[in-house]
Design a protein around this ligand. Sequence first.
Ligand code: CA
Length: 228
Amino acid sequence: MDEKPKIFIVEDEKQIARFLQIYLEKEGFQTAIEKNGKRAYERIIQEKYDLVLLDVMLPDMDGLEICRRVRELSDVPIIMLTARDDVKDKVDGLNIGANDYVTKPFASEEVLARIRGILRRRNEEPRKDEKRLIVGNVLLYPDRYEVQVNGELVELTHKEFELFQYLVENKPNVLTRDQILQRVWGYDFYGNTNVVDVYISYLRTKIDDKYDERHIHTVRGVGYVVRD
Ligand code: CA
């Protein structure tokens, strides 16, 4: 499931391109190389990369032009590789939508740090307008049926998710077993309220115990509540 991020190295200097490729693959990335500006532009649009390292000086189309055109169609992260002291290229690059830049000659660690920084920020960003609910270190995305604890995806069954969402949406109110049963299992569920306790214990195992936190609390004689 954890697929390696794919980095597109657009660089016409063979040695630099190869050096970046070997280094980034050793660090756990997939890579592809392109040395021609025009082809690079086409490949960025057609293929799916997680990030582009984009040299400024390239044959057929320069990096700034590529960046400007790509931004009309895509928000793939772009790090410009600029010549040392070429302030204008850096400013232009950022103005037309590059996410960051690295000046040549660069240390491989610096490139890696920039790549990781951008990919991390990107993972943390919620999708635009997407609803999300927060309880302490837990994030819940109703639209994708996803729960993350400390940024890690937690696998929940459909019922577990619905139960957790109901509790989180009603935070800080205590919900009775009957309320939960009716809402999550429906009025026509002829079970026993024990099913609620059983599912609460599943959630605790997956969300609280595993991360050594306490979000799901029992209110004796009443029901359950979620707290930050
Ligand atoms: Ca170049």
